[in-house]
Design a protein around this ligand. Structure first.
Ligand code: ADP
Ligand code: MG
Length: 512
């Protein structure tokens, strides 16, 4: 390891009168740093006190293999690009805790300290990630950085301590939002160096990628654009660049191959979920969820359920569930589903019904199907009208109002109750029977999904589905309502219905 440059005051006193700039220890340091202009790997080995007693790196040997490999690649690309015509693009998909944000921090410190007037921007999936993870990691490395006096670190920026350069020599943190894409349009620094970093890049909107792409046009400039992320989504630009489209170099990092990851925890996940589960693929192996699973439910699964005729045994002795997704807006439909065991008997889509009218329709249906054990319905938003009408209607079976947004019962695997019900519905589709309906089939297989910060399945919300040009999945949601855990756990249904003698009840009420 190379010795740290000394910035001791005795050295400074050696320069006659202290006015000779060339002998200023800080200038000396800058000169040493500049030697690493094309060598980020060498920089990282030199600039931090690896193995030095009394520092946070006392027991740390140095960068991990993947970290070093990437730094070396970047150095090579820069050395090769004599006229710097091309942007150095680097993408890494990785499991959790492999040192992505540390690598980001090193790149930032290298970029800013080895080239005068470097400019850069750093963003991440969320503002919280950016502030509390990415930037916190940068603060950690800045603290032990050999040239930390040369660069001021604030809550949102890192810039030259030389006041003359503070505006032109800096790297800023920019939380993105689809509406502030312009912030990424001004990435120019002709003839110098630009660094762009996307941390946890999977959830960064395409518009930000596109704006950045369009902005990085300066010729004769060193431009480095690096994206890191857990591969949580099979849609969007990060997924694309990780398939080596365009000029991106892509690498994947498996958390099992990194020295400091928690191996016990990883093994627990593998035991619990399976090595090829989406959970382990994303969180440990740095792999995207299984191919073809861009949508939560694949079309084959839906086709199977659509073609299947389940034997009577698979439904007759089961409770009859009426599940209702009331319309939210004028262009949505209210949809009522009747499901019994493995068979979804039918769906009715109604338009132009307000809460009380929809309630009237349900009362009619219950008369028609007196074995109905319960009515489960989305009680949120417009559902509130339906809810109050149903509560006043006499002679109805058990009412189960549902709030989709509440935490899942199985909150280890699912983000909220809706994601959980869709998960159960997905399992059911492998064996169940659904009406032969194009719209339902389409809705079932059109919903996108991802993982939340705790790596629980998070289904795309109705609002998002609509925003992305899709339709509100009213029919699919109506069916999904019959899978809320409360219902699945209920062995015996409402006291009003006697499952032991269902037919008696059918006929006495059915012919009224
Ligand atoms: N090469 C390394 N040597 C020592 N510690 C490291 C190294 N790389 C990362 N770390 C530390 O390991 C932890 C996890 O790294 P981090 O960058 O947060 O991972 P990720 O962003 O991939 O989840 C952090 O505390 C980080 O400082
Ligand atoms: Mg990180």
């Amino acid at each position: 390891m190379r010795a740290r440059a000394s910035a001791a005051p005795e050295d400074a006193a050696l320069s006659p009168g202290g006015s000779d700039a060339a002998l200023d220890p800080l200038d000396d340091l800058l000169e040493q740093l500049a030697e690493f202009e094309f060598d980020p790997a060498g920089f990282v080995r030199w600039a931090f006190p690896w193995g030095a007693a009394g520092t946070m790196l006392a027991n740390e040997p140095g960068p991990e293999k993947w970290q070093l490999a990437q730094l070396e690649r970047i150095g090579e690309r820069l050395r090769a690009g004599e006229d710097f015509a091309a942007v150095v693009r680097e993408a890494i998909s990785a499991g959790h805790g492999v040192g992505k944000s540390a690598e980001v921090s090193w790149l930032i410190l290298w970029a800013i300290s080895t080239h005068e007037d470097t400019r850069g921007v750093v963003t991440a999936n969320t503002e919280t990630q950016l502030r509390t993870k990415t930037w916190a990691e940068l603060a950690k490395w800045h603290q032990v950085f050999i040239a930390k006096e040369l660069f001021v670190l604030t809550a949102t920026a890192l810039y030259s301590a030389d006041a003359k350069h503070a505006r032109t020599w800096r790297i800023d943190q920019i939380p993105w939002s689809a509406s502030n894409a312009e912030a990424f349009a001004g990435l120019h620094n002709k003839g110098k160096r630009i660094l762009v970093v996307f941390d946890e890049a999977s959830a960064i909107d395409d518009i930000i990628w596109e704006t950045t792409e369009g902005a990085l046009t300066d010729t004769g400039t060193q431009i480095i654009w690096a994206a890191f992320g857990n591969p949580t989504r099979t849609t969007g630009r990060f997924h694309k660049v990780c398939r080596r489209t365009g000029a991106w170099h892509y690498d994947r990092v498996d958390a099992r191959e990194v020295r400091f990851t928690n191996k016990g925890q990883i093994q627990e996940w593998i035991d619990e979920y399976g090595e090829d589960s989406d959970f382990v693929r994303v969180r440990v192996r740095g792999l995207f969820p299984r191919a073809g699973f861009a949508n939560f439910i694949g079309p084959e699964l839906v086709e199977g359920a659509r073609r299947r005729t389940v034997p009577m045994l698979a439904w007759r002795s089961h409770q009859l569930i009426l599940s209702v997704d009331p319309a939210r807006f004028g262009d949505d439909w209210s949809v009522i589903t009747l499901r019994q065991g493995l068979k979804a008997h039918w769906q009715q889509a109604l338009s132009g019904f307000d809460g009380p009218e929809l309630c009237g329709r349900i009362v009619e249906l219950v008369r028609q199907y007196p074995e109905t054990s319960c009515i489960v319905y989305d009680a949120n938003g417009n559902g509130a009208d339906l809810d109050s009408a149903l509560r006043r209607a006499p002679g109805l079976p058990t009412l189960i109002p549902v709030m989709w947004g509440v935490p899942a019962k199985d909150d280890k695997h699912y983000f909220n109750q809706r994601s959980e019900a869709w998960g159960k519905m997905k399992d059911w589709l492998a064996h169940g029977e659904i009406p032969d309906d194009d719209i339902l089939a389409d809705e079932l297989s059109s919903l996108d999904y991802g993982y939340d910060g705790l790596f629980r399945i998070q289904l795309q919300s109705k609002k998002d589905a609509k925003k992305n040009g899709g339709k509100s999945p009213d029919r699919a949601d109506s069916l999904a309502l019959s899978f809320i855990p409360e219902l699945i756990d209920r062995k015996v249904v409402s006291a009003r219905v006697r499952p032991q003698q269902p037919r008696k009840v059918i006929w006495s009420h059915g012919r009224q």
